[in-house]
Write a protein that binds this ligand. Structure first.
Ligand SMILES: Cc1ncc(COP(=O)(O)O)c(C=O)c1O
Length: 384
């Protein structure tokens, strides 16, 4: 990307992980431009894209019923409230970010629901188990999967606890869905009853989707909104879903990311800089030993034109070909050179790992801890 001053950036933010295929992908641009001429229908009513987009989503993610929305936030609110209405149970046990809607704000008191009936368990399995002690009050457990700070066992345990309690699982795959492969990232581990996807389905265009059993999503049957049939957005989704169904862009992105990571880890080690990197080529995150180093790290990256999503997850796109990767690697080496005053500092502490994980998950990373430690970390991190 080139800014107004002519300075060239390499984008690791990619609209917060939405532009999997890269900015201005020719196939998407062409389909959107064509739809804008009106040949693919108008915003007033049905067009063939509605059916192909829904069919593609159904084929990739399953679900007897699939609904479309405009943002991840809207999809999650609709899904969670539909399940609550369908089950007739009052509580939503939540972990992770589900959008800007105030309904998800934590109550401020551990294990207490907020005014919207949402209780945050911050990815802590001990807290979840306690909350599932009264399953007849729980409409669903709503999880935003993270594959940088949680292991497969974490999801298996959530599935086990929810099956035992007879509670519905909603996977908020707005960020990770269709990104790790041509389906939900937790399809096998969590086997969610209801899912939501967004960022992986339209390369940054404003659409999201919810799917699941008819019985749980029935309250969404009559949902409609002004821009539901808008054809340029559906065109972007149609092309993106066709491409991600092959699994090829995800694989290319994963490999490009892995190559960058190999270089970055070596450059950091060669420069004796205490910065860990968690995750893999699909999504990864820097874990600097101190906040001071973190600040200098992102300033140095800015100076070298590496556009990182500060403090959050980095996501390369399919536009990272050999030339871009080589350029990015050279820039990253220069970032490390700029940080020489931090050489030999560190090491990366548990506190640094918890803090960085909190930035991306709004919750606690997976680690051994008892109830006292959980409360201690929460007091510290919620206070920051
Ligand atoms: C897991 C998750 N859920 C929901 C949302 C909200 O999506 P949107 O920003 O499209 O409203 C996001 C956004 O980053 C997200 O990562």
């Amino acid at each position: 990307m080139t800014d107004d001053s002519g300075f060239c950036w390499i984008d690791f933010d990619n609209a917060r992980g939405s532009t999997l295929l890269g900015h201005v992908d020719p196939g998407i641009t062409e389909a959107v431009a064509r739809a804008a001429t009106g040949v693919a229908g108008s915003a007033t009513g049905w067009s063939p894209y509605v059916d192909t987009v829904l069919e593609r989503l159904h084929a990739l993610c399953g679900g007897e019923a699939v609904g479309l929305f405009r943002s991840g936030t809207a999809a999650l609110r609709a899904a969670a409230l539909a399940v609550r209405e369908a089950t007739g149970r009052p509580l939503l046990l939540s972990c992770g970010y589900h959008g800007y809607d105030p309904m998800w704000y934590p109550s401020g008191t551990l294990l207490e629901p907020n005014a919207d009936g949402v209780v945050d368990f911050y990815f802590d399995l001990g807290l979840l188990e306690e909350l599932l002690g009264t399953p007849e009050r729980v409409a669903s457990v709503v999880v935003s999967p993270d594959h940088m700070h949680l292991s497969p066992d974490w999801y298996r345990e959530v599935r086990r606890l929810c099956t035992r309690a007879g509670v519905v699982v909603v996977a908020d795959e707005v960020k990770v869905g269709l990104r790790y492969g041509p389906t939900l990232s937790t399809a096998e581990l969590l086997a969610p009853d209801v899912w939501a996807v967004a960022k992986g389905m339209a390369n940054g265009h404003a659409v999201s989707a919810v799917g699941g059993p008819r019985a749980l999503l029935r309250p969404l049957k009559e949902v409609s909104f002004t821009s539901f049939f808008e054809p340029t957005i559906l065109a972007a989704a149609d092309v993106t879903l066709r491409r991600v169904a092959t699994g090829e862009p995800q694989q290319a992105v994963r490999e490009a990311g892995e190559r960058f990571l190999r270089h970055a880890r070596k450059a950091l080690a060669d420069a004796s800089l205490p910065v860990e990197i968690v995750g893999d080529g699909t999504f990864f995150q820097f874990v600097p030993a101190s906040e001071e180093l973190e600040e200098d790290f992102y300033r140095a990256a800015d100076a070298e034109g590496l556009l990182f999503y500060e403090g959050d997850n980095q996501a390369v796109s399919a536009a990272f070909d050999d030339a871009v990767l080589t350029d990015a690697e050279q820039r990253f080496t220069r970032v490390c050179d700029r940080l020489s005053r931090h050489a030999g500092s560190g090491p990366v502490s548990e506190a640094a790992r918890y803090r960085v994980a909190w930035n991306v998950m709004d919750g606690l990373r997976e680690a051994e801890r008892d109830r006292e430690a959980t409360e201690g970390w929460l007091a510290r991190l919620l206070d920051d």
